[in-house]
Design a protein around this ligand. Structure first.
Ligand code: NBP
Length: 479
């Protein structure tokens, strides 16, 4: 046994991760893939990696030093379960199985529990950064036991992205905590992408600028507080010209956005936790809306505003959009971190929110300058109840709110959909409101369902006898 780490599953992600591992001092990497051709190809294409190939799970286990540590990178769902079952057969108590795929966190909780019974450690680790990140340094979000972290920590630190001298990996929490945090990362990614797309659409339709010209605006924005990987690649995509037609590529791509489900998981989980992640939800729904051409075809007949959309002061409008984008982005992250906190409370994970923002500074898709500010906010107050109320963000919202409102009004008047911009603003106004019409909703609930209400002026639970003489009585709490 000469390998300190193994990789199972050698499609794009697994082979890049295996190469990344092999390139780091001190690692010897055993590899296994269900069909052996992929293993052979990887070995022959990368002799420098010194891979130890295995044809069977038994051979794979024998090539690993104890405690054996293997990272699974196969299709999420059934294939992951199949590989876990095979590894459990050949591994021993104390060994470590890591699932680096995009598992749904309840699956990870279930698997961890089942594998733990055999004495083997199971770690669900979210890995972000796509193919490129897997090869050069991803952001890694591992869950699992403290025991497994002792062996796994140094290995994962050796391959993770480095941000400001620190590796982008931390032991997130037990069992499914890592995959939970990765899920929310992806949800925030959906919101961030949708917000950028809305900004682009408003600028394009408001100013008539070409995609290439708008690319320059994004490139400029990328030098300031919006600096992030997603803004950077947006400029690249907008600059791209289609070789076949000579048109901007963005104009020949079908306007239907796909999704692999992590955005939907984030929203479904938030719904069951009772956390309003409205920006993420709108971003997820915006993709669904785009992907129903049959509905869009018939709905095209519905009227829009009568007046033409004209922007008189282009520079001022573009600056308004920039500030609206930044404010909405703050809301999206604030909501995402809320979901992580609620998930941690629900599932009993001790998650350090500041540490999460730090490991997202490099390697992952939502990497951004701005994550340093989130880390600062949680360093100052780990119990911060609403991230966007931290001084730095509150200042940005104060500075941007007038622009944000103008952009949302403009979008509504111009008939341009801006669901993430407008829902973020509504969330902002909702959470900061002195009083909400929830009082009326509770009154309605009491009317038709005797769901009771509480009063602002005295303790207790009350019900108005709506179908009787409408006097109020003290009631059992049925909120
Ligand atoms: P795929 O998700 O396309 O899976 C292909 C791999 O799964 C192959 O190695 C295949 O083996 C193996 N496999 C299957 Br399918 N069924 C199997 C079974 N029953 N037993 C054993 N192996 C089986 O690979 P990928 O695109 O490299 O992604 C790997 C994981 O990483 C996925 O969970 C994915 O969601 C995640 N991912 C993450 C990112 C990211 O940015 N973090 C990006 C892309 C993917 P074969 O060669 O024998 O068919």
């Amino acid at each position: 046994a000469s390998a300190n780490i193994g990789v199972v599953g050698l499609a794009v992600m697994g082979s890049n991760l295996a190469r990344n591992l092999a390139s780091r001092e001190g690692n010897t990497v055993a590899i296994f893939n269900r069909s052996y051709e992929k293993t052979e190809t990887l070995v022959s294409e990368h002799p420098e990696a010194g891979f130890i190939p295995a044809q069977t799970y038994r051979e794979f286990a024998d090539s690993l030093q104890k405690p054996r540590t293997a990272i699974i990178m196969v299709k999420a769902g059934g294939p992951t379960d199949a590989v876990i079952d095979s590894l459990v057969e050949v591994f021993e108590p104390g060994d470590i199985i890591v699932d680096g795929g995009n598992a749904y966190f309840p699956d990870t909780i279930r698997r961890e529990k089942a594998v733990r019974e055999t004495g083997i450690n199971f770690v669900g680790a979210g890995i972000s950064g796509g193919e490129e990140g897997a090869l050069t340094g991803p952001s890694i979000m591992p869950g699992g036991s403290d025991e497994s972290w002792i062996t796994l920590g140094p290995i994962l630190k050796s391959i993770a992205a480095i941000a400001e001298g620190e590796p982008c990996v931390t032991h997130v929490g037990h069992d499914g905590a890592g995959h939970f945090v990765k899920m929310v990362h992806n949800g925030i990614e959906y919101a961030d992408m949708q917000l950028i797309a809305e900004a682009y659409d408003l600028i394009r339709r408001g100013t008539g600028k070409s995609p290439a010209e708008i690319a320059e605006i994004f490139a400029e924005w990328n030098k300031g507080e919006l600096e992030s990987y997603l803004i950077e690649i947006t400029a690249e995509v907008l600059r791209q010209v289609d070789a076949e037609t000579g048109k901007p590529l963005v104009d020949v791509i079908l306007d239907q956005a796909g999704a692999k489900g992590t955005g939907a998981w984030t929203v479904q989980t938030a719904l069951s936790l009772g956390v309003p992640v409205s920006g993420i939800a709108e971003a997820t729904f915006a993709r669904s809306l785009s992907s129903h051409p049959e509905q869009r075809e018939v709905a095209r007949a519905l009227p829009g505003p009568d007046e033409e959309f004209v922007v008189t002061d282009e520079a001022a409008f573009i600056e308004d959009v920039r500030l609206a984008l930044y404010a909405s982005k703050i809301v999206a992250y604030s909501q995402g971190f809320d979901e992580i906190r609620a998930g941690a409370a629900e599932y009993g994970w001790n998650i350090d929110l500041g540490a999460i923002s730090k490991i997202w500074r490099g390697g992952c898709i939502i990497r951004a300058q701005f994550l340093n500010r989130i880390a600062d906010a949680y360093a100052e107050n780990p119990e911060l109840p609403v991230l966007m109320t931290a001084p730095y963000f509150a200042e940005a919202l104060t500075r941007g709110q007038a622009s944000w409102r103008r952009v949302v009004v403009t979008a509504a008047q111009a008939g341009i959909p801006a669901p993430a911009f407008s829902s973020s603003l509504s969330y902002y106004d909702g959470i900061r409101a002195d009083r909400l019409p929830a009082a009326l909703v509770q009154g309605q609930r009491d009317f038709f369902g005797a769901h009771t209400y509480k009063r602002i002026d005295k303790p207790g639970t009350f019900h108005t006898q709506w179908s009787g003489d409408r006097t109020e009585i003290e009631a059992e709490d049925t909120h």
